[in-house]
Structures are given as C-alpha cells and as structure tokens.
Design a protein around this ligand. Structure first.
Ligand SMILES: [Zn+2]
Length: 280
C-alpha cells in the first residue's frame, strides 16, 4: 500500500491578504503553487491513499474551509482521506471538529501551532483533545521551523508533543516533517509513545539534515514509526520519492553509515491507517 500522509489542497486566497503579502516578500511570488483538483489527482497517481488537508491559523488570518477539502475528497472517497484544519485557540473549535466529522466525514485533524500562536500542550485545550479521542480522530501537527516572523518557534518544539502524549496516551499524533530541525527530539518522542508517529515530508529539502535524521532514527530504532509525506504542492511526490532514495549519495565512497535501501522502501510502503484509527 502506497500512502502519502501529508498533502495540501489549498487555494492562495485561504492565506488571507496579510499573510500572502509577508509570504511573497519572504519566499518570492508563487511561493505557494495554486493547484486544481485535476493537478492534485495527477500528482497523486503513485499512491493508493492520500491524506489531504488545508491550513487554519486564525492569528495569521489563514483559513481553509471544510467545504474546500471535502469537495476534493468527494471526487475519490476510496483514495482521499480528508483531515480538517482546525485552530483549538478558537472558541468554536470543538463545534468545528464535530461539524467536520458529521457533515463532511473528515477522518482526522491538522493543527499548525506555530502559525496559530499557541502552545499545543496547553491544558486549556484538553477538552479539544478529549473530544478528538472520543471521536477517534488522529491529530497531525506541524512541528518544526517556519519562516513566519510572528510565529514563536517554541510552539513548534517536538517535546511539546511529549507533554501532550503523557496527558493523552490514547491520542493518535503525527509529528509533521519529523519536527525539523529538531528531528533528534522527535525520534525520542516517537520512541516513548506507542501512538505517536512522524512524517518525513520535506526531509530531502536539506539533504544533509535529512540523511543525519534518518541515521538518528535508525540508531534509536524508530524507523518503523516514520511515514512518507510529499508535502504537495510544495514538492511533487515523484520528486520527493526520488530525493529520499538519493540521500545516501552524499556519503558514497566515505566510511559514514548508509541508510539501508529496505528502510526507505518500508517507509514508502508503510500502512498504519488502522493503528491511527482511520480504517477500523
Ligand atoms: Zn505541509
């Protein structure tokens, strides 16, 4: 089973005027490629299943409506697994979660603490996570760097997921991007907690760190908790898979350890949908 655990279906208009201006200034115009449903379908041809979501971070004026992702999922419900982008710092967050499940059939939640400017382990959000556990919804969290100057990096530290998993051992969590550049901390968190996983999307973007992160995960014995994610449309899936397979090239002809090919292929074939409670 080939699964892309991290993909976006977002329109630039969801980013709002202020964020779009900042983003374009920092990353150049077109930093977020506009994609149609047809583009999405074409890019996702290599996969049997795809987790897809937008972004909601009210502090930055960013919001992907449930309707937008649900429309894509409706084109191929056997393949697409919709997650809802929520912001627990909003008073209506639990209602939006329930609406997402009951009206739109979403199977999980995507959070973006750094851009929403909140500590994801804040006990004030415990009712939110309690409801997610009751509804059997896994939570994917963007953890790790963001170039957004107003987003506090401290809210992106993977160790916050450790606090959350201690409070909610039944909550299924995916730490996005292996928590880059804190991949080492992520390895320790996913090692400790049975229901916490990490996706490796963007790992190949900084190849040395990506290589090093894979070696760290091998040494800690946690590669079985790693999930493939393309981060489309920021990366074309075919390109992402290729770049992942080429991480070892940097150390070819050196005594440095190599990432075993089978570990990479296992990540590409990993199916934890039932462990995440998505397929029951
Ligand atoms: Zn992403």
């Amino acid at each position: 089973m080939r699964i892309d655990y991290h993909s976006h279906f977002i329109e630039r208009v969801h980013f709002g005027p202020k964020f779009t201006r900042d983003w374009d200034e920092q990353c150049g115009l077109g930093a977020w490629p506009e994609v149609s449903a047809e583009d999405f379908e074409r890019a996702m041809e290599p996969f049997d299943k795809v987790l897809v979501f937008g972004i909601t971070a009210h502090a930055m004026g960013i919001h992907t409506p449930h309707e937008h992702v649900a429309r894509l999922v409706a084109r191929n419900p056997a393949k697409y697994i919709g997650f809802m982008a929520l912001d627990p710092s909003r008073p209506d967050a639990i209602r939006e979660m329930e609406r997402g499940v009951h009206e739109f059939g979403f199977r999980g939640i995507k959070l973006y603490p750094i851009m929403s400017v909140y500590n994801p382990a804040d006990p004030a959000f415990h009712p939110f996570y309690r409801r997610a556990v009751e509804l059997g919804l896994p939570v994917m969290m963007h953890m790790g760097a963001s170039p957004v100057s107003q987003g506090p990096l401290k809210y992106s530290l993977p160790l916050l997921v450790d606090d959350l998993a201690i409070a909610f051992p039944e909550l299924r969590v995916i730490i996005a991007h292996l928590g880059h550049p804190w991949q080492r901390e992520t390895a320790l968190v996913i090692r400790k907690h049975a229901h916490v996983y990490a996706d490796i999307s963007g790992l190949w973007h900084r190849p040395w760190q990506g290589y090093e992160a894979m070696i760290v995960c091998l040494e800690w014995g946690v590669t079985h908790k790693l999930l493939f994610g393309s981060d489309y449309p920021l990366w074309e899936p075919s390109n992402a898979i290729e770049s992942l397979r080429r991480l070892n090239e940097q150390v070819q002809g050196t005594p440095l350890p190599k990432i075993p090919g089978e570990v990479i292929e296992e990540i590409l074939e990993r199916d934890v949908l039932s462990e995440l409670g998505i397929i029951t």
